[in-house]
Design a protein around this ligand. Structure first.
Ligand code: NAP
Length: 348
């Protein structure tokens, strides 16, 4: 294991140098990996495993677009593409990549095929961590492992094809065979991870739910709205408010942060911008901290899981989602965005 040092805090990570693909293939040479679900992660992980030379089959319910997509991607019905249950029966390692709601719905069927010595693999800690709400309690005699790529399944595949990789976290919830570590790391390398860092099922789901409700999606949208509205209320035009809120961030500043960090982005702005940002940073952090505390608490008490499970249960989930998304789309802020994007030089 390689050690990374983050300003004094040490962390163990696993890279492809220490655990090469050849070792991963040797470890799993007698395994049949069944990827259950062909949504977003399913295609990325199964195609990367297949191209890396592992024995992989896909399980997907028939008669849906995902089945057709699997066929288009080269999976052959009856050979390496099966109904969910048949794949669960044939696989020795089951990669449970249905949506979180789908995992709850199919659990009794999958459980039946988790015979001793098999491995149950997740890419999210949700089902197991919130077992009191999901009912997902794996049998004691199977390995229960996790690899969570830090990005979309689409990026996982795209980067793999380009010869690159996404970093992933890995975790072991249950080591029944004594081989859980080698099995999980082999799959992590096989699905095309860059480096692997250790976590637990609980930490993976708590950080993931906090992140997407927070900075990555929820907080970001909320902060955009707050600043845009204040600028508009004070007489600024939609163009001015949008450019100062979203366009400059996504087009100019975030790529600099991605390249070299926040200090480097600050260093490449005007002295006026630097002074103000350095001062106001503290105020925004202090104002946001109680909201993040409330959010983390809602995640760790299982409240967020209960909301998700309940809303997924509603028959009109998709309709309601589309309503809420079109409310965002039709707001002045995002209508302004549409116009601004059209006027980008590359779109003219
Ligand atoms: N999205 C990502 O990039 C991402 C990133 C990291 C981790 N993860 C984790 O990876 C796992 C898979 O996520 P995903 O985004 O790939 O899921 P998704 O796209 O929502 O997956 C949908 C899959 O689940 C199947 N499914 C849904 N409900 C079902 C049911 N009741 N019965 C049978 N099949 C059902 C779908 O089949 P049909 O098409 O037939 O409905 C499809 O194969 C989740 O645990 C997620 O948290 C996802």
């Amino acid at each position: 294991m390689a050690k990374l040092n983050f300003g004094g805090v040490e962390e163990n990570v696993i890279t492809r140098e220490e655990f090469p693909l050849a070792k991963a293939k040797e470890t799993l040479k007698d395994e049949t990996i069944a990827v259950l679900g062909y949504g977003v992660q399913g295609p990325g992980q199964s195609l990367n495993l297949r191209d890396n030379g592992f024995k992989v089959i896909v399980g997907q319910r028939k008669g849906s677009k995902s089945w057709d997509k699997a066929v288009e991607d080269g999976w052959v019905p009856g050979e390496n593409l099966f109904e969910l249950e048949e794949a669960a029966e044939r696989g020795t390692m089951l990669q449970y990549l249905l949506s979180d709601a789908g995992q709850i719905a199919q659990w009794e069927m999958v459980k039946k095929h988790l015979t001793p010595g098999k491995a149950l693999y997740f890419s999210h800690g949700f089902g197991v961590t919130y077992a009191d709400q999901t009912g997902i309690v794996p049998p004691k005699d199977v390995d229960v492992i996790l690899v969570a790529p830090k990005g979309s399944g689409t990026s996982l595949r795209r980067l793999f094809v380009e010869g690159k990789g996404l970093n992933s976290s890995y975790a072991i919830f249950q080591d029944a065979t004594g081989r859980a570590f080698d099995r999980v790391v082999s799959l992590g390398i096989g699905v095309g991870s860059g480096y692997l860092f250790e976590t637990t099922f609980k930490n993976e789901v708590y950080s993931d739910l906090t992140g997407e409700r927070g900075i990555l999606m929820g907080a970001l949208a909320g902060l955009f709205e707050a600043q845009y509205n204040v600028l508009r209320k004070n007489g600024h035009s939609p163009s001015e408010a949008f450019n100062e809120t979203v366009e400059e961030l996504t087009q100019s500043l975030m790529p600099l942060v991605a390249e070299n960090g926040m200090d480097w982005m600050y260093a490449n702005t005007s002295t006026t911008a630097q002074r103000g940002a350095l001062d106001w940073r503290h105020k925004f952090r202090d104002a946001a901290t109680p909201v993040f505390e409330e959010l983390y608490n809602s995640v760790s008490t299982g409240n967020e899981a209960a909301i998700v499970i309940e809303s997924n249960r509603q028959g009109n989930y998709r309709e309601k989602l589309n309503e809420e998304l079109s409310e965002i789309k039709n707001s002045e802020l995002w209508q302004a965005g549409q116009q601004v994007r059209k006027l980008r030089p590359e779109n003219n």
